[in-house]
Design a protein around this ligand. Structure first.
Ligand code: SF4
Ligand code: SF4
Length: 358
């Protein structure tokens, strides 16, 4: 085929966002003067031109069926001005340039069973990894944990009672797309994988499996005359990283797949530098369908944060000020050997200061 006959590649990528934006937002792009927070779930942006736009935010369940999506869009067409956007945390936002539409829009959303909130110093919707719906390595389902916890935290989504914003995340494996929030609920595998040697030679790409192990614990081996793999259990950190290229190595089970809670992760550079989260509770029973043990721990942490942090302190700022020993005291969480950071880079995060904390 001559080069001239070849079809050019279709560059899809992210579509131009301006075509979906409210006309007031397009007109005032980059020219906003200030914003206010008239009530939980509503933001008001005022442009230098004097134009105003109100944003009404409602939580959704993220994995949306087409009927719910149609309902949300219908509300936007009938009560709003036909413009919506979804946030990173699965909330839907409606933009209106007429203040008189704000209250009827909120009423229509609440009448249809949606919850308005998630702005300013509230608890935003838990961010949600793919779980069993799309991914090949989950140790539990993220959607269920999100639903169970948000049912318990709904009043703090609807109201702004926290010292600052709280981002909570879930992660259904130990290594990939979840985690890193003010509070993160992550899967924790507690035993090395078990290998079904009869299947490995038929199913697995052994070099890929060996290459994926971060601590070089997997080696090729011949078992019963067939090519297979072996795991050095002394080295294994039970991360589950090998799973996509090798399903015959199983690490999940009802007893040994646990949840862990980490706190203090922050991507933002707003008041301090970004911070890594730290483990505060390990070996929590992975207990569907309501995960009461993990939810109780998250609520314990939130209660201590709400009572002890100063205005504007995020969870990492609060812990930085009071120190980790005090954090374990005020939350009532037990400090165990599993909390000792023995990672070789830990010297950068260990507290080497003699400053007294208050
Ligand atoms: S957190 Fe892990 S298991 Fe869950 S969707 Fe992301 S990659 Fe998959
Ligand atoms: S669980 Fe992680 S550390 Fe253990 S063998 Fe598999 S990839 Fe390596």
């Amino acid at each position: 085929m001559a080069l001239a006959d070849m079809r050019p590649p279709i560059e899809s990528g992210c579509p131009d966002g301006f075509q979906y934006m409210h006309p007031v937002m397009v007109k005032n792009y980059g020219n906003w003067h200030y914003h206010e927070h008239p009530r939980p779930g509503v933001l008001l942006h005022v442009a230098h031109s004097g134009d105003k736009i109100w944003t009404v935010k409602a939580g959704t369940q993220r994995i949306l069926d087409v009927f719910t999506l149609r309902k949300l869009c219908q509300i936007g067409d009938e009560q709003g001005e036909g413009f919506v956007r979804f946030t990173l945390r699965s909330n839907i936002e409606y933009m209106v340039a007429d203040e008189a539409k704000v209250e009827p829009l909120i009423k229509a959303l609440e009448d249809a069973g949606f919850v308005v909130g998630g702005t300013a110093n509230s608890i935003s919707t838990l961010s949600h990894t793919q779980g069993w719906l799309h991914c090949d390595i989950p140790g539990t389902d993220a959607s269920g944990v999100v639903k169970a916890m948000m049912d318990e935290l709904i009043d703090d989504f609807k109201n702004c009672r926290m010292p600052n914003r709280v981002h909570i995340t879930t992660s259904c494996c130990q290594i990939n797309c979840g985690c890193q929030g003010d509070i993160a609920i992550n899967v924790q595998h507690t035993k090395p994988p078990k290998i079904n040697h009869n299947l490995v030679s038929n199913v697995c790409e052994r070099p890929s499996v060996v290459a994926r192990c971060p601590v070089a614990a997997i080696r090729p081996a011949m078992v019963n005359g067939k090519p297979s793999l072996e795991v050095d259990e002394k080295k294994c950190i039970c991360c589950g990283a090998w799973y996509p290229p090798c399903p015959p190595m199983q690490i999940n089970d009802a007893e040994h797949t646990k949840l862990a809670v980490w706190v203090g992760g922050n991507h933002s550079n707003a008041r301090g530098k970004p911070t890594f989260q730290k483990l505060v509770a390990a070996g929590i029973t992975n207990n569907p369908p309501r995960w009461p043990e993990a939810t109780a721990i998250v609520k314990q942490i939130l209660k201590a944060y709400r009572e002890g942090a100063r205005d504007w302190e995020r969870i990492n700022d609060w812990i930085e000020r009071i120190g980790w020993p005090r954090f374990f005291e005020v939350t009532g969480l037990p400090f165990t050997k599993y909390h000792v950071d023995n990672w070789r880079g830990a010297r950068h995060s260990l507290n080497a200061s003699t400053h007294i904390r208050f």
